[in-house]
Design a protein. Structure first.
Length: 131
């Protein structure tokens, strides 16, 4: 059985978005980490029940074709503002998987940079208040 690239990149996306390790993802979908690894690496077939559990827990669908859709939530910042992602559904497919993952990583880095700006502003306000 060949590797299940779709599942692999969906799990990678979940790991990037949630900060969870693969073993923690396996726990959340009620399978052993070795079983999840076996499914990713094609040693056992991906089951419908696992796909359904991933969908329920992580709001991600793993269809039988090459697409993996993941619904993102708006980024919430301290101070009340919210930023809606440019595209509410990100699609990761086998042909462009690495480029899309790199794009997602860049978006996360930009989000972190903006969060750091907010933190810096808050630290400046706190410093001014304590003088």
């Amino acid at each position: 059985m060949p590797k299940n690239e779709t599942l692999k990149f969906c799990i990678e996306k979940i790991k990037l978005d949630t900060g969870l390790r693969q073993a923690e993802i396996a726990d959340k979908i009620d399978v052993k980490s070795t079983y999840l690894s076996d499914m990713i690496n094609g040693r056992v077939p991906l089951t419908e029940s696992v796909c359904q559990k991933i969908s329920e827990v992580f709001h991600i669908s793993i269809p039988t074709n090459t697409d993996c859709k993941y619904t993102t939530k708006p980024q919430q910042y301290y101070g009340g503002e919210s930023e809606q992602p440019a595209t509410p559904v990100t699609t990761v497919n086998e042909t462009a998987n690495m480029e899309r993952l790199l794009g997602l990583l860049e978006a996360k880095e930009a989000s972190l940079a903006k969060a750091q700006q907010h933190i810096d502003k808050l630290l400046e306000i706190i410093a001014n208040q304590t003088k």
